[in-house]
Design a protein around this ligand. Structure first.
Ligand code: NAD
Length: 353
């Protein structure tokens, strides 16, 4: 599929990944409609789409509010469904909020796609969090699903809605399961969005990074441009109905290495090791890195941008744009979701592994 004059929906398009994707799609000639309800606590930021603001339509509504989406769904050629909440910690604190965002709204949306545009191609942004604590490394698509938090459970349910309605011919869905993604336009102002967002915020504001535990846990950060390229490749390949691909970064690095690299690049103080907070430890998955071999072999996608390069590009973006994301007088904003229905669970105890 070429994108010239195609009507493309990007849900979550005011957020980190969705905005970068929308910018690339506009460059490729697509007519993009963004659907984003600017959910408090997620990464929406109208500034994210500044380079294309006059060339996209933005519908500020929830993907679960399907009555408002009938017309745009009927006329679309392709859907990138990226609306969602990434925070694992938020999901444990506010599980019903996560259920609403990552599951109920998704169920309504994918059914509406099937009703108003039967057979439409949808790319759904899944997560490596569904795998839980890896039984082996690197993690391929055959790895068992054992999430350790509500985010993983809810994202898995949404993945299955897409795949089930695809296998039964109602839509034509494909899924990519993303590792930790970083780069320009991530929400560095929101706590609990993952360690990469925290590392960028703390490094930029010259604060000392904390490494929880021994810091030897592996991660494979994926730079946003690589991820956008993978999404476009998978979405544009017509013969892939109901497939899922793992999408990871080019190198497995320890958290200590990632922290040191980040601090060094930004001129921030050397990181320090701290005891794992109990709530974080309980949902920590230990080491993870992705086996991206399936997408490499079938579609020729390989991640290109190593962390040192990607982090330098990220810093360069925020050095200019930081005031659009973070108040320098308040470099560690607190969580603003405390009015949400909180879990009745006691803070989880660390699990022995
Ligand atoms: N960032 C990562 O490292 C990562 C890793 C794995 C998976 N993912 C997935 O990729 C997708 C995008 O993540 P991101 O990092 O860009 O997050 P983000 O928080 O920056 O963006 C998500 C956007 O979705 C919007 N949104 C949420 N619920 C909505 C709803 N019901 N209707 C309309 N809009 C809604 C939010 O307002 C926000 O703008 C998510 O589905 C996430 O689970 C991200």
């Amino acid at each position: 599929m070429t994108f010239g004059h195609k009507n493309v929906i990007v849900t979550g398009g005011l957020g980190f990944i969705g905005s970068n994707l929308a910018i690339r799609l506009v460059e490729l000639g697509a007519r993009v409609t963004i659907v984003d309800s600017m959910v408090e606590g997620c990464g929406s930021n109208p500034y994210n789409i500044a380079p294309i603001a006059d060339r996209v339509e933005v519908l500020e509504c929830s993907i679960g509010d399907t009555a408002q989406l009938t017309a745009v769904l009927r006329s679309c050629d392709l859907v990138f469904n990226l609306a969602g909440e990434v925070s694992h910690s938020h999901s444990m604190l506010f599980p019903e909020r996560d259920l609403e965002i990552n599951t109920l709204a998704q169920l309504r949306f994918v059914q509406a796609c099937a009703e108003h545009n039967p057979g439409v191609r949808i790319l759904y942004a899944g997560t490596r969090q569904v795998y839980g604590v890896p039984a082996y490394l690197p993690v391929d698509e055959k790895h068992p699903v054992n999430p350790v938090d509500f985010n993983g459970v809810h994202k898995y349910a949404a993945t299955q809605y897409h795949l089930m309605l695809s296998r039964t011919g109602h839509v034509d869905a494909v899924v990519i399961r993303l590792t930790n993604v970083y780069g320009p336009r991530m929400a560095i102002n929101i706590p609990c969005q993952g360690f990469l967002s925290t590392f960028v915020r703390m490094s930029l504001t010259k604060q000392r990074l904390d490494i929880f535990g021994h810091g030897q846990q592996l991660r494979d950060p994926a730079y946003i441009d690589d991820v956008v390229a993978a999404m476009i490749l998978v979405a544009a390949e017509p013969k892939l109905r109901s497939r899922s691909y793992n999408v990871g970064g080019p190198e497995a690095l320890s958290l200590a290495e990632i922290a040191r690299e980040s601090a060094w690049a930004a001129g921030a103080p050397d990181p320090v090791f701290r005891e794992f907070p109990a709530d974080r430890k309980a949902i920590d998955i230990g080491s993870y890195h992705t086996d991206s071999g399936l997408i490499a072999n079938q579609l020729g996608w390989n991640p290109q941008i190593r962390y040192a390069e990607g982090f330098a590009r990220t810093l360069a973006y925020y050095e200019k744009a930081m005031p659009q994301y973070l108040n320098p007088n308040d470099p560690n904003p607190a969580c603003n979701l405390l009015h949400c229905t909180k879990s009745k669970l006691a803070p989880p105890e660390p699990v022995a592994r």
